[in-house]
Design a protein around this ligand. Structure first.
Ligand code: R2B
Length: 273
């Protein structure tokens, strides 16, 4: 079964689960929020951007940065974690911007995104853009380069996210908005010394063997095999590697959210020459 991205055009966030209608209360367990315990429209109805990244500390720092950039009252140093009460994720708010951590890997970002998307839906948010920011490993590009993802691909360089649902494999599209990527690239040109490019982002299920690293506890391939694989990835258009983009692109696309991914390659940049 293949599911493709559908944009509804009315700006609302769409959840595709008929079972939710018959639930008396929806508890967003990992965000420590709920439809009865919290007035979600009052708390979040005016949110326009949800910026997400792996690390809790970095997402706090990002919220503080946004607070200052937006010229909001106070120095922003004492922003409260909206998800205090759970230590799974953190969530801060700076004006219309939410800053949320998602942890590492597809299972972790997927749990957070299910709950965030339901939150935005219950809060009746409109025209929300969701942005994944953070780090990744560059492939054949200069360290420090920002990659704007045009398509998230899997370890076989295919634009798909395979999810096992019961005992079926559901395949979901991972295409992102290419016009938006070009718009962002144009913005980056206005900033001096800000190396930026558009490319495919490869999403893996593992940081070590899954990304061709030779330094994990297990390694089942030679350094020649590693290089041959990474060269094929580069030739397929991959410019960076990380562990969440396919799930992110698929979930946001299916729920009608405008989504993009911006990653700085600060982890490593693998030379493939
Ligand atoms: C980038 O960095 C993390 C691994 O160190 C992972 O979350 C990713 O995608």
């Amino acid at each position: 079964m293949t599911e493709t991205t559908v944009y509804s055009g009315n700006g609302l966030v769409h959840i595709k689960n008929p079972h939710l209608d018959s639930m008396e209360e929806d508890i967003l367990y990992h965000l420590n929020l709920g439809t009865k315990t919290h007035n979600l429209p009052a708390m979040f109805g005016d949110i326009k951007f949800a910026c997400i990244g792996g690390s809790p500390n970095r997402m706090k720092a990002f919220a503080q940065f946004m607070h200052k950039e937006l010229g909001l009252k106070g120095d922003g140093e004492d922003l409260a974690d909206i998800c205090a009460g759970t230590d799974r994720y953190v969530m801060y708010r700076a004006g219309p911007v939410l800053s949320i951590s998602h942890g590492m890997g597809i299972p972790s970002i997927s749990i957070m995104l299910h709950e965030l998307i339901k939150l935005l839906h219950y809060a009746k948010c409109q025209d929300v853009t969701i942005i994944r920011i953070g780090t990744s490993g560059g492939l054949g590009i200069k360290p420090g380069t920002v990659v704007i993802t045009d398509t998230a691909v899997d370890s076989s360089f295919k634009p798909r996210f395979e999810q096992v649902v019961l005992d079926d494999v559901v395949v979901r599209s991972t295409e992102l908005d290419k016009d938006l990527a070009k718009e962002l690239l144009a913005c980056s040109k206005e900033i001096p010394d800000f190396p930026t490019l558009i490319g495919h982002t490869m999403c893996t299920y593992d940081f070590y063997e899954g990304q061709g690293r030779l330094d994990g506890a297990l390694c089942s391939f030679s350094s020649e095999k590693k290089l041959e694989y990474l060269k094929r990835a580069y030739n397929a258009g991959v410019r960076n590697i990380e562990m969440e983009s396919t799930a992110f692109a698929a979930l946001c696309g299916l729920c009608g959210l405008k989504a993009f991914i911006l990653k700085t390659n600060i982890l490593i940049s693998i030379s493939i020459s």
